[in-house]
Design a protein around this ligand. Sequence first.
Ligand SMILES: Cc1cc2nc3c(=O)[nH]c(=O)nc-3n(C[C@H](O)[C@H](O)[C@H](O)COP(=O)(O)OP(=O)(O)OC[C@H]3O[C@@H](n4cnc5c(N)ncnc54)[C@H](O)[C@@H]3O)c2cc1C
Ligand SMILES: *[C@@H]1O[C@H](CO)[C@@H](O)[C@H](O)[C@H]1NC(C)=O
Ligand SMILES: *[C@@H]1O[C@H](CO)[C@@H](O)[C@H](O)[C@H]1NC(C)=O
Ligand SMILES: *[C@@H]1O[C@H](CO)[C@@H](O)[C@H](O)[C@H]1NC(C)=O
Ligand SMILES: *[C@@H]1O[C@H](CO)[C@@H](O)[C@H](O)[C@H]1NC(C)=O
Ligand SMILES: *[C@@H]1O[C@H](CO)[C@@H](O)[C@H](O)[C@H]1NC(C)=O
Length: 666
Amino acid sequence: MGVHSFTKALLLAGAAVLPLSQLVAAQTIVVDDGIVIAANETTVAPAAEVVELDSEVPLVEADVIQLTDAVLANLTALQLTNISLFGFPADEEEGTLRKRDVPIGTCRVFPGDSRWPSKLVWFLLDLLTGGALIETVPIGAVCYPNSGVYDAAKCQTLKDNWTKGETHAEDPTSVMSPLYQGETCMPDNGGSSTCKLGGFPSYAVAVRNVAQIQLAVNFARNANLRLVVKNTGHDFLGKSAGAGALSIWTHKLKSINYIKSIKTKSYSGPAFKLGAGVQVNELYEAAHKYGFTAVGGECPTVGVTGGYLAGGGHSPVSSIYGMGSDQVLSIDVVLPNGRFITADETHNTDLFWAIRGGGGATFGVVTSMTVKVHPKISFSGAKWTILAGPAFGIPEDVFWGAIKAYWRKFPAYAEQGSYGYSTVFGLGPGAGYIWTMQPWLVPGMSLADFKTMIAPLLAEWAELGFPLEPTYFEHDNFYDTWTKNFPDEAVANSNMRTAARLFPATVWDNATALEDMLDAVKAVVEDGSALIQYNIKADAPTDTPDSAVNTHWREAAWFGIMGAAWSAELAADEIEVINRRITDNWMERLRAWGPGSYLNEGDVMEPNFGEAYFGTNYERLLQIKRQVDPNDLFWAPTAVGSGRWAVSDQGWLTKQTGRLCRVGET
Ligand SMILES: Cc1cc2nc3c(=O)[nH]c(=O)nc-3n(C[C@H](O)[C@H](O)[C@H](O)COP(=O)(O)OP(=O)(O)OC[C@H]3O[C@@H](n4cnc5c(N)ncnc54)[C@H](O)[C@@H]3O)c2cc1C
Ligand SMILES: *[C@@H]1O[C@H](CO)[C@@H](O)[C@H](O)[C@H]1NC(C)=O
Ligand SMILES: *[C@@H]1O[C@H](CO)[C@@H](O)[C@H](O)[C@H]1NC(C)=O
Ligand SMILES: *[C@@H]1O[C@H](CO)[C@@H](O)[C@H](O)[C@H]1NC(C)=O
Ligand SMILES: *[C@@H]1O[C@H](CO)[C@@H](O)[C@H](O)[C@H]1NC(C)=O
Ligand SMILES: *[C@@H]1O[C@H](CO)[C@@H](O)[C@H](O)[C@H]1NC(C)=O
């Protein structure tokens, strides 16, 4: 939908704080000397001042444009329409909502229902948001001759770029795990079939400022719509899609502001204020430009202050700086009641605790976060790819002996700051394995010290007859380390599903238990599971304010993602068997050793997800959720408090293809 001149008149007449020019182009950055430049992926603003945080981090430009009661009163006074659908609740209690009893069996309004908003109402939302509303056209529609948007050239480009993260991050509704949107309208299935909406939301608002987020939140709440939040669409569990929903798409909130020095109760030093749409590669580029090390994930297109930091976030530098969320100093967020607040060590402290680790799509829409950055440091490490198995001259027992020798040293390596990221994939029954280290690195360690650290392991391997020769590297900064040594991650593969476990360092204290655990992981991989593993430590550094990060993360020395792929040609019941085995067999065999899992990279069917994804923090998180969002406007599968709603018509797997209904009390 485009921008209409009527909007301009409406907004300029009714709302001095909502001029259209700002609504549609809110991204500007103020540089030291007061010059205002347009923000884009490559611009970063240096700021001269020191920010004292007994007040709040200054608002970024996108936050200045807010929806207030005064704005709404002006719109009503104009008598252009009844704006009650966009207003704040009349009965707020201290900024939180009052609980309304939603009887079990009641559902969010769904397309086709009599209470589904009319075209006119959607048109009004579009007007009020300055033309930011987008009616969903699935990304694959260009490949469907009867979709009305068929374009053979665009379809080919889409197919060529399908596994790139940016392809889906740049689309308002596309997600990188198509399984959960029902693998609907996939580009390869064009032909004569019909492109359906499946689990995609009905509409998205491409937000560029706080006011648009507030309008969307208020509208969804008042009209009893399902609300989802999509940033990049990286989520592995289907949490950034939802049939019949209104989606808030945060990808365009791209501001990055450098704060030379910030002072909070617990920290004094440099920081970046990051808009909700900033991605890992943009953060790393900005940090590199200003000579810092920033904490983010390994994949360039993951959204930093979206799902990543809300879920905790593990990083190549976690073993020395802690989780991503341990860097967060301040959070700006639009709450379920539509109000815009800041949470930090002195304001809204419950939310500041909860949002750092308590998961995305739960407490509101984060608009930006201010995070610590660290001094530039050097990195050294190693990479390798090795094929093992009869055809490669390395018997499988030698391979397992070698990999166990490596596993046995995990807590010791993590203590020294190691981040070891590697994948083990089976080549078929009896055909062996491919093990790729991509990479193993230690922040702040010289290559000479790194070689000394791994010498005993290499000696053991030589003894075992495991002929591995690592490729070494050393760089004087993180950015080069990251751009030169990490893989190009492929996304959006169909017909695959993952689950994960966090293995605590304490298992290594008991030699018998350790061997049992290593044998259990080996057996699961021999049984056909992939293994994507991180040797990592994620303790909170001293002086980190307490947060909701999964307590299992704090104890871990090893994070393993397991999973399986299947052929689309298999019969439905065979696919079900493969999927049930992941949750009920493979994960069940490992839960004894690793009761915890990671909410951002775990299994949507994880039983007792509260314990697995949040550890001992779950009860307090649930209390805060019930207080801030008593009517569950924000809902995502396995999110805090999600158990009393469910997506209808699901079988052995929770996808996002049905309507969301109230099912219980917990
Ligand atoms: C290839 C790949 C590599 C990865 N590497 C790492 C890694 O190294 N370390 C790591 O920790 N994780 C990693 N992840 C997992 C990643 O952190 C999660 O998928 C994360 O949720 C992505 O966040 P997003 O905002 O980009 O994605 P989205 O799918 O857009 O959102 C994820 C969740 O957060 C919610 N959300 C997004 N934005 C907001 C907001 N502004 N306010 C409120 N809720 C919001 C969404 O509703 C959804 O529930 C990786 C994932 C992939 C696919
Ligand atoms: C409301 O409208 C009046 C008259 O146009 C204007 O002066 C005032 O600034 C507006 N207030 C807000 C909050 O938009
Ligand atoms: C980004 O903004 C800067 C400063 O305004 C400008 O010089 C540059 O050309 C812009 N880049 C893009 C890709 O728009
Ligand atoms: C606006 O709509 C609400 C809810 O439908 C209704 O109660 C109210 O009377 C309406 N106000 C006006 C001015 O029409
Ligand atoms: C996307 O595909 C086209 C070919 O259709 C190719 O020219 C282009 O380089 C691809 N984009 C990326 C980012 O690889
Ligand atoms: C060590 O682990 C084994 C196997 O799990 C267990 O039987 C034993 O009790 C443990 N020993 C101690 C001292 O905890």
